[in-house]
Design a protein around this ligand. Structure first.
Ligand code: GLN
Length: 447
């Protein structure tokens, strides 16, 4: 059914970079045999899932939606994908994304933009736009995304699906092609809260191959699927409701808070503080890490190499000039600048200090509240073509999501309605470190 739906939808939606129907049907047959033999008994056995194209699968194209990796077939598989296989899921294909996960619209992809299934003149959000659009269009039943600064939550909100980024270190980053390593985290996208929790439970694991992976004994996220928010303390940051927030988004999010209140939660406005520093701190740190992480793409070790060159340096230069798109180049230049001698203290160190202060502001908030509730993004999905010309405007759209990555916290996007144009609106639930279950319980009760 998912393949049939993809066949109809793909010519317009463009959720997938790679979709191998034959391979998917082969996997499904093999899994069915194991189910019949009683070797696979889990609830996700046989469920078709899609994977963002920045996660390695051995022998299969893994492009990060970039020309520079357009012929790259990894020699190993990401741990998160191994976990999908252990659960017996059918991996349908690799989904479109902003190039190297840099962007908020899936328009920086070398494979062309993905369209929003709710209105194909609009973007699906990004950078995990392919994963979220695929779920929303019924082209798979769930998908993996990655979230460095909102890239699961924001497209989930724009596409009307449920998306969750867990606490940093919960899902292994082994085999996830790095963007901002201290911020990157894999998470789940699904049609509803139960599926989202089940998928996250399947992919979360401790992994020695990722030095930032955490040992946790509370990964049974589906146990939090209970209808009960009595006594839950919810705080809404007043500083998330100010200038720039679309009134329709504000209304829908505040209505959702009222629903949780009517179900027994307490809801209160408070000042989180430091919100205006989140964007400069995030873009400094993310670009710095990106400039370092992307040094490895030089035409020697992986992927694309320019056709003609004179000497090694000219080969590097031409390969990278031709292989990377404009947004990626902008980040590499910005990141190299903030890490360069003389500017390191003024920009990069300052951003790291700001990150520590933002974490402190969240720590203070979680002494009073169990959940911070707010919008995911200031608006619903913009029209295709309206964001790329103004990167500053695009960066400002990340205001509510990026501080969650800076602080390493879990965050979730849950659909709460539609605007007058029929475009989905999401609310964001933010929890203290390791409080995924509290978020899942609130989201499930709301839903
Ligand atoms: N818009 C953010 C950026 O471009 C989102 C990145 C992400 O989460 N991958 O950096």
């Amino acid at each position: 059914a998912a393949l049939k739906r993809a066949e109809e939808a793909e010519p317009v939606i463009n959720s997938y970079v790679t979709l191998d129907e034959k391979d998917a049907l082969f996997q499904a047959d093999e899994i069915q045999k194991k189910i019949d033999a009683g070797e696979l008994t889990g609830p996700l056995a046989g469920v078709p899932v899609a994977v963002k194209d920045n996660m390695c699968i051995k022998g299969q194209l893994t492009t990060c939606s970039s020309k520079i990796l357009s012929n790259f077939k990894p020699t190993y598989t990401a741990e998160a994908v191994e976990n999908l296989k252990k659960a017996g899921m059918v991996i349908l294909g690799k989904t479109n994304m902003d190039e190297f996960a840099m962007g908020s619209t899936t328009e920086t992809s070398w494979y062309g933009p993905t369209k929003n299934p709710h209105n194909t003149n609009h973007v699906p959000g990004g950078s995990s736009g392919g994963s979220c659009a695929a779920v929303a269009a019924g082209e798979c039943f769930a998908a993996l995304g990655s979230d460095t600064g909102g890239s699961i939550r924001q497209p989930s909100s724009y596409c009307g699906v449920v998306g969750m980024k867990p606490t940093y270190g919960t899902v292994s980053r082994y085999g996830l092609i790095a963007y901002g390593s201290s911020l990157d985290q894999i998470g789940s996208v699904a049609k509803d809260v139960s599926d989202c929790a089940a998928l996250l439970e399947a992919v979360a694991s401790h992994d020695r191959k990722d030095s930032t992976s955490i040992v946790r004994e509370d990964l049974n996220f589906t146990e939090a699927l209970v209808n009960n928010v009595k006594g839950l303390r919810i705080g809404i940051p007043g500083d998330y409701l100010g200038d720039g927030l679309d009134p329709e988004v504000k209304e829908a999010v505040l209505n959702a808070a009222e629903v949780l209140k009517s179900q027994g939660a307490s809801v209160e406005l408070f000042d989180l503080g430091l919100v205006k520093y989140a964007i400069p701190a995030y873009y400094t740190i993310a670009a710095a890490e990106a400039s370092s992480n992307l040094e490895r793409f030089d035409g020697v070790k992986y992927g694309y190499r320019t056709a003609e060159y004179e000497g090694l340096h000219n080969m590097y230069k031409k390969t990278r000039s031709e292989g990377f798109g404009a947004e990626v180049k902008r980040r590499i230049m910005l990141g190299s600048f903030v890490l360069s001698s003389g500017y390191y203290d003024a920009y990069y160190l300052k951003a790291l200090r700001t990150k520590a202060l933002i974490k402190k502001a969240f720590d203070a908030a979680f002494e009073k509240y169990d959940i911070i509730l707010g919008p995911v993004a200031p608006t619903t999905a913009p029209e295709l073509g309206s964001s790329l010309s103004d990167p500053m405007k695009m960066y400002l759209g990340d205001i509510y999501t990026i501080s969650v990555n800076l602080a390493g916290l879990p965050g979730m996007s849950v659909p709460v309605g539609k605007d007058s144009r029929g475009l989905p609106i999401g609310m964001q639930l933010i929890g203290d470190a390791f409080a995924e279950k509290t978020l899942i319980r609130a989201a499930y009760t709301y839903e």
